[in-house]
Ligand binder design. Sequence first.
Ligand code: FES
Length: 266
Amino acid sequence: MVSITINGREIKTDQEDITLLQLARSEGIGIPTLCFHKALLPYGACRLCVVEVTGGQNTKIVNSCAYPVREDGISVQTNTPKLKQIRKNILEFLLARCPEIDMVKKMASGLGVKEKRLPEKSLPEDQTEECILCGLCVRVCGEVIGKEAISFVHRGAEREVAAPFYSQSKDCVGCTACHFVCPTGAIKVKESGNKRFISPWNTEITLVTCEMCGISFAPENSGEYLQAKLGLPAEWLKLCPQCRRKVAAETMGKYDFTSRNVILKK
Ligand code: FES
């Protein structure tokens, strides 16, 4: 059992490897984040989740999303003037990079940020940039889907996320997990007929057609990969979600839904 204080409140935990962020949130203490997602490993890119940790005579500033709660008796502060200033500085840069993104504008105004950090002449030419470089899309592709369809390219102001050679990646399975985790809406998915288009990855995916109702619904090139990876039943490739629900309702009792793979009862 580890006992610490957060903002003066004593909190105990016996959860191994719980992070300061998780512990604080489980106690209703808010800490802002941008690059954190509970399905992914901590990355420590945005630094919005910084907190002050004091143990003995030493105080340090750490990323709470990646800091495991192991030391008994530490004292944590989540909202000191120093931390507020760090977060403000970060938001000023983000506002300069992505001035039109609602989420960035909202966070900035919540922290009282009105100015962009860069002088007018240094602002990026493209004022419609939507990517905040949180890396969630890259990490979900690698850690959850097990692919490397996209990655960070270039450095400094040129840094961005892209598919190899800016063209359709052979690794892309068209699952749209990247779109799902993107906090700013920078990754767009459109479907037309039996095609799925994912931008900005210049990706076009052919979809399979539901055997019952004829709508296109799942990526053709990768159905089997996703089926195996995510433990989906064989019907996943044949029927769209709506028809699957219909069949399940009609055949309720014939299938065992208790395991991750739906099994036909003998
Ligand atoms: S949420 Fe911790 S560094 Fe981004």
